[in-house]
Design a protein around this ligand. Sequence first.
Ligand SMILES: [Zn+2]
Length: 228
Amino acid sequence: MSLIADLCNILLPRRCVVCGLTLEPAEQYLCASCSVRLPRYPIRSIGDNEPLRKVWNFAPIQYGATLLYYRHQSDFHNIIIRIKYKGGEQLGIRMGEWAATETARFGLAGKADVIVPVPSDSRRRKRRGYNQAELIARGMGRIMQLPVQDFLVKKQSGTSQTRLDRTARHENTSGKYEAFIPENWRGKRILLVDDVLTTGATIGNCAQALLAADPSAEISIFTLAYDG
Ligand SMILES: [Zn+2]
């Protein structure tokens, strides 16, 4: 098996997602040096933290956690890009598993009954084949032993979010999401998952849609990264 792994590595070298160096056989996605340098976000409490406060501008959220600082100019940006645009399906799931392990000390899994990913535009999803938030959610669900449900849909939008400034983005996401929660899932604690939190508008509007569909639901949030 290790001979096959070695051969694969020679024929098709696996590279670090962040720095591009060839990975050692035991390394997965990140080289040892990049793993150590990961820009971790120091969450001290899941009941009150900066990303969570941003989302409170939009909706009442119980708990919130994030793992990484998101910086456009940083090499670590490549992790998000890879999950988002470059067929990084396994990386997305792996990041979700890692997130579940890292947040275990806060007992996040015990504060949720179901995980719901923030949906992507259905046209974008068709082009890419998957939704990055759903990959993270699937990885988290696997480790937390929680079901993942698509209660949210995004209505068709015209303009790409990245072309809008932050204020416009807020206006653009409001009312863009709809939630459908079956009767047997009402009154549950929902962990809403996305890849990056910036203004909190996207995940906040998703929470609003969930609460409109079920006012008795309790919403918590997790994002892989925080762009604050
Ligand atoms: Zn590296």
